[in-house]
Ligand binder design. Structure first.
Ligand code: HEC
Ligand SMILES: [Cu+2]
Length: 354
């Protein structure tokens, strides 16, 4: 192959790629996970900090890169240079060195003041919050409400009232495995429109506050690589007007009555005989208290399941029971080799859980 100097073709490509990147940054569509479009008090405080720091960073970037480019172009070798003549040799310039050490130090110190203040302000427990415990599991989220909200336990869907701070205590549990030395992995809780990230670390408790201004469903996801189905570890924060939230609590704190329908009743029996009960809790179903898998008490009310990736339709639930790993690689629910009839009955039962 013949070596070619970078010419017009190369430049054209560079231009196209740069233009595409710049234009992508101008996308205005509704981006569900846009950190730069905050919709809650906490996210706004963080966004204000970014609005302050980012222009300074941009100015520094252009200044430094500009000077660099100027030096590169102004002092590059020219065809008529005499190679035997060395450029002027410069060994240090005290005034310049003091300046370019002092100015960045002052800029960083100035940025540190609002940054540190914001970090401390946001880490305070707010007055009269709703309290929820968040447990990062492999690969889904468990939300356990405090006494005040009936100790409700949900999976992948966190209901909150608008206009009230929600104080989260976050922790991660170990992977379900026979290896006792496995203490689990780190996950990271992130709802970009409501707050920054917070890591969930096995053996530690972290806290953070989120808050939503308007009712709506805010998309979130695990933001720390945690294994095969990391990308399938999504969730939603659903904000309701306070009165509607109270109604939600009242409804979801009550246990489930046994199903009336014949097929569903058979499904309820299979829930024990096919060992589902060993991993899943259903309030009102005697003996179903385990928390290896999601609490299913109001399963049929969830818009999505399995890490918020599948819509809760009878077809999807049947496909899940047939072979969980086929839909979610690495899922910690085993393929229980259920017959089609068993799956039909179980799906009928699960559909009554609303
Ligand atoms: C060994 C434990 C275990 C057994 C046994 C088990 N599951 Fe699961 N199940 C899980 C885990 C763990 C998940 C979460 C998987 C994920 O999202 O990554 C899950 C998820 C589910 C979900 C989706 C819940 C949601 O909201 O995301 C349903 C429905 C479900 N299981 C039903 C059943 C039924 C019905 C049976 C019995 C036939 C059963 N499971 C047996 C562990 C188990
Ligand atoms: Cu994760």
């Amino acid at each position: 192959m013949r070596l070619r100097r970078p010419g017009a073709g190369w430049r054209r490509w560079a231009l196209v790629v740069t233009a595409a990147l710049v234009l992508a940054g101008c996308a205005t569509g509704e981006l569900p996970q846009n950190t730069l479009a905050p919709e809650g008090r906490i996210a706004r405080v963080e966004d204000n900090l970014w609005n302050l720091v980012f222009p300074i960073a941009v100015a520094v970037f252009f200044l430094v890169q500009g000077l660099l480019l100027y030096a590169l172009l102004r002092y590059r070798a020219r065809p008529d240079d005499d190679p035997s003549v060395l450029p002027r040799q410069v060994a240090g310039n005290t005034r310049l060195e003091v300046l370019w050490t002092l100015i960045p130090a002052l800029i960083l110190a100035a940025i540190a003041v609002p940054t540190v203040k914001t970090i401390f302000d946001l880490s305070q427990k707010p007055a009269s919050p709703l309290e929820v415990r968040v447990i990062g599991k492999q690969y889904w989220w468990e939300f356990e409400y405090s006494d005040e909200a009936g100790n409700i336990v949900t999976a992948n869907e966190l209901y909150i009232p608008t206009g009230r701070p929600v104080f989260l205590t976050l922790e991660a549990t170990g992977q379900v495995t026979d290896d006792p030395s496995s203490i689990g992995v780190i996950h990271s809780f992130w709802v970009p429109k409501l707050a920054g990230k917070q890591d969930l670390i096995p053996g530690h408790q972290r806290t953070m506050t989120i808050e939503a201004e308007k009712p709506g469903s805010y998309s979130g996801q695990c933001a720390e690589f945690c294994g095969l189905s990391h990308a399938n570890m999504r969730f939603a924060v659903v904000a309701l007007e306070p009165a509607e939230f109270d109604a939600w609590v009242e409804e979801h704190a009550s246990p489930q009555p046994p199903p009336q329908d014949e097929l569903a009743a058979r499904g309820a029996e299979l829930f024990t005989s096919r060992t589902c009960i060993a991993c899943h809790a259903i309030n009102g179903y005697e003996g179903a208290e385990a928390r290896v898998g999601p609490n299913l008490t109001y399963f049929a009310d969830r818009a999505k399941f399995a890490g918020y990736i599948l819509e809760t339709t009878p077809e999807n639930v049947a496909a899940w029971l047939e072979d969980p790993q086929a839909l979610k690689p690495g899922a910690q629910m085993p393929d229980l080799q259920l017959s089609d009839e068993d799956i039909e009955a179980l799906v009928a039962y699960l559909q009554t859980l609303k």
